[in-house]
Design a binder for this molecule. Structure first.
Ligand code: HXC
Length: 257
C-alpha cells in the first residue's frame, strides 16, 4: 500500500511507519493523520506483525500540527470536526508502538510521541510544546500525558513557555527510554521492536494494557486489572511454552496462542 505522506515497510514481524513530508518538517496535516491511521489499522490487523516503529527524518520527527491548515480554521470548524480526535487512534493501538525520534518533536509531534509506548531518541532530538507561542495550547494530550509522564514542574515549564528540551534532558526527566546516536536510531528502534515481536504477543499486549491502566485508574483498580490479566495468561499455550523452555534451558518458541 502506498501513501501520500508516509512511507511504510515491514521488517520481519515489525511494521515501520516513516512520516514523510520533508518540505514541511513532517507537519501533521489532515492527510498525514489519515494515512497514519490507515497504516496503523493495517498493522493492527496483520497477524504477522508483532510491534510497530513510528519515525520521521533525521531533521524532524514532526514539527507539530500543520499551521497552514490550522490557520484557516475557526471555532465552529474545529468543534464540528472534533479536530484532533482522529489523532487519538495511535493511543488505541493494542500492539506495542515505539517512537523513534530524531530532530524536532514539537507540539502535536511531541504529543504523538507521548502516545507511543516508549520513545527512543536520537542525540539530536528536541522536544517541545510551543503551541503557547502561537496563542494556542496543546490539544492532543500534551498537558495530560506530559504531566503524567514527567510531572508538573517540567510540564508547566514546557507548556507555558514553549521551551524546547534536548535529548539528554528528555531522558533525565523520563520522557524518553533511551538516547542513541542519530545514525543508529532507526536500527535500534527496529531491534527493540523485534525483541518484542519475538515474545508472546498476547502477553505483550496484556502487559501494555496493564501499564497503561496505571495512568487511568486509582492504584487498587490498576492492581486488580493487572492481576486479572496476569491470571488470564495462564490460559495461553505461550505461557506453558515459556516456562517449559526455561526449565529445559532452551529458547522459547512462542506461537501467539
Ligand atoms: C506547517 C511547518 C511547520 C508546521 C515547519 N513548517 N513547521 N509548516 N506547520 N508546524 C515549515 C516551514 O513553514 C517551512 O516551510 C519549512 O517547514 C521549514 O521550516 P523552517 O522554519 O524554515 O525550519 P527551521 O528554521 O529549521 O526551524 C525549524 C522549527 C520551526 C524550529 C521546527 O519550523 C518551527 O518553529 N516550526 C513550528 C513549530 C510549532 O510551533 N509547532 C506547533 C504547532 S501547533 P517553507 O515553505 O517556509 O519552506 C500544534 C498543535 C497541536 O502542534 C495540537 C493538536 C492539533
Amino acid at each position: 500500500m502506498s501513501y501520500e505522506t508516509i512511507l511504510v515497510e515491514t521488517r520481519d514481524a515489525v511494521g515501520i511507519i516513516r512520516l514523510n513530508r520533508p518540505k514541511a518538517l513532517n507537519a501533521l496535516s489532515r492527510q498525514l493523520i489519515a494515512d497514519l491511521n490507515a497504516a496503523l489499522d493495517d498493522f493492527e490487523a496483520d497477524a504477522g506483525i508483532g510491534a510497530i516503529v513510528l519515525t520521521g527524518s533525521e531533521k524532524a520527527f514532526a514539527a507539530g500540527a500543520d499551521i497552514k491548515e490550522m490557520q484557516a480554521l475557526g471555532y465552529v470548524d474545529v468543534f464540528m470536526d472534533d479536530f484532533v480526535a482522529r489523532w487519538e487512534q495511535l493511543s488505541r493501538v493494542r500492539k506495542p508502538v515505539i517512537a523513534a525520534v530524531a530532530g524536532f518533536a514539537l507540539g502535536g509531534g511531541c504529543e504523538l510521541a507521548l502516545m507511543c509506548d516508549l520513545v527512543i531518541a536520537a542525540d539530536n532530538a528536541k522536544f517541545g510544546q510551543p503551541e503557547i507561542t502561537l496563542g494556542l495550547m496543546p490539544g492532543a494530550g500534551g498537558t495530560q500525558r506530559l504531566a503524567r509522564s514527567v510531572g508538573k514542574a517540567k510540564t508547566m515549564d514546557m507548556v507555558l513557555t514553549g521551551r524546547m528540551i534536548d535529548a539528554s534532558e528528555a531522558e533525565r526527566i523520563g520522557l524518553v527510554s533511551r538516547v542513541v546516536p542519530t545514525d543508529e536510531l532507526v536500527e535500534t528502534a527496529i531491534a527493540v521492536a523485534q525483541k518484542m515481536a519475538g515474545l508472546s504477543l498476547p502477553a505483550v499486549m496484556m502487559a501494555k494494557e496493564a501499564v497503561n491502566r496505571a495512568f487511568e485508574s486509582p492504584l487498587a483498580d490498576g492492581i486488580r486489572t493487572e492481576r486479572r490479566l496476569f491470571h488470564s495468561l495462564f490460559a495461553t499455550e505461550d505461557a506453558r511454552e515459556g516456562m517449559e523452555a526455561f526449565l529445559d534451558k532452551r529458547p522459547a518458541a512462542f506461537r501467539n496462542r
